[in-house]
Design a protein around this ligand. Structure first.
Ligand SMILES: [Zn+2]
Length: 192
C-alpha cells in the first residue's frame, strides 16, 4: 500500500530548501492529468506516540505528484498531540504526506467493517475483530487521533471516519540527508 512515485517527482535542494520538482512536461511517463488526485498535507509527527498532527493553517490539498515547497516561514511552535502531550516543531520537522481515509463501522459487538479510501481507490480491509482493528491501527500512522481514542469512540458510536498517512512524500529534513547531498544534475540524468 505504501507507494512513492519516484519517477514522477524528484527531491532536490534549491537554496537549501528541499522542493518537490515535477517531471518536465515534455517527458511524460504517464498521464498525470488522468491520474486521480490524492490528498496531501504538511503534518508534524509526535515524537512520543508517532501520531501525526495536522495544522488548520495548512489544510490538505489535492496532490498528484506536483511540486511541493517546504514551508520556510513556519516558526517553531508547540503542538498539542492527541496523546495529551505537547511537542515543539519547526519547518524542518514537517513531513509532507499523502492521506488515506479510514471508514470504520461496527457491524456486531466484536466485528468492524473497515474500508480505506484514497484518490479513486477504495480498499475493503474486510471484517476485523477489535483485536485485529487495534493491531491494524497501531501498525499505521494516524492523523489527529490515537488508537485508544478510535476504540473509545466506537464504544459509543457505530461509525467513525478518520485520516491516516498513506505515504510519506517528504520526510523531515533531518531524516533525508541524501536530498541535500544529491546533485540535481545527476538526478536529471538518472530520472529523465
Ligand atoms: Zn503524541
Amino acid at each position: 500500500m505504501e507507494r512513492t512515485d519516484r519517477g514522477a517527482a524528484i527531491g532536490i535542494t534549491e537554496g537549501g530548501i528541499p522542493v518537490k520538482r515535477a517531471r518536465p512536461r515534455n517527458q511524460p511517463t504517464d498521464n498525470l492529468a488522468a491520474k486521480p488526485m490524492a490528498r496531501g498535507a504538511w503534518v508534524g509527527k509526535c515524537p512520543m506516540c508517532g501520531t501525526c498532527c495536522s495544522f488548520l493553517r495548512f489544510p490538505p490539498t489535492d496532490y498528484a505528484g506536483q511540486r511541493v515547497v517546504r514551508l520556510v516561514e513556519f516558526n517553531s511552535i508547540s503542538v498539542p498531540c492527541s496523546c495529551g502531550r505537547r511537542f515543539r516543531i519547526d519547518g524542518d520537522d514537517l513531513l509532507f504526506v499523502t492521506i488515506a481515509s479510514l471508514s470504520i463501522q461496527r457491524s456486531s459487538p466484536d466485528s468492524f467493517a473497515v474500508e480505506q479510501s484514497s484518490a479513486a481507490t477504495n480498499v475493503d480491509l474486510g471484517p476485523m475483530s477489535e483485536t485485529d482493528l487495534w493491531a491494524y491501527l497501531n501498525s499505521r500512522t494516524l492523523i489527529d487521533i490515537i488508537p485508544s481514542q478510535v476504540l473509545a469512540f466506537l464504544e459509543v458510536a457505530t461509525a467513525l471516519d478518520m485520516d491516516m498517512v498513506l505515504s510519506v512524500v517528504w520526510p523531515p529534513v533531518a531524516e533525508s540527508p541524501t536530498c541535500a547531498l544529491l546533485d540535481p544534475g545527476i538526478l536529471d540524468k538518472e530520472f529523465a
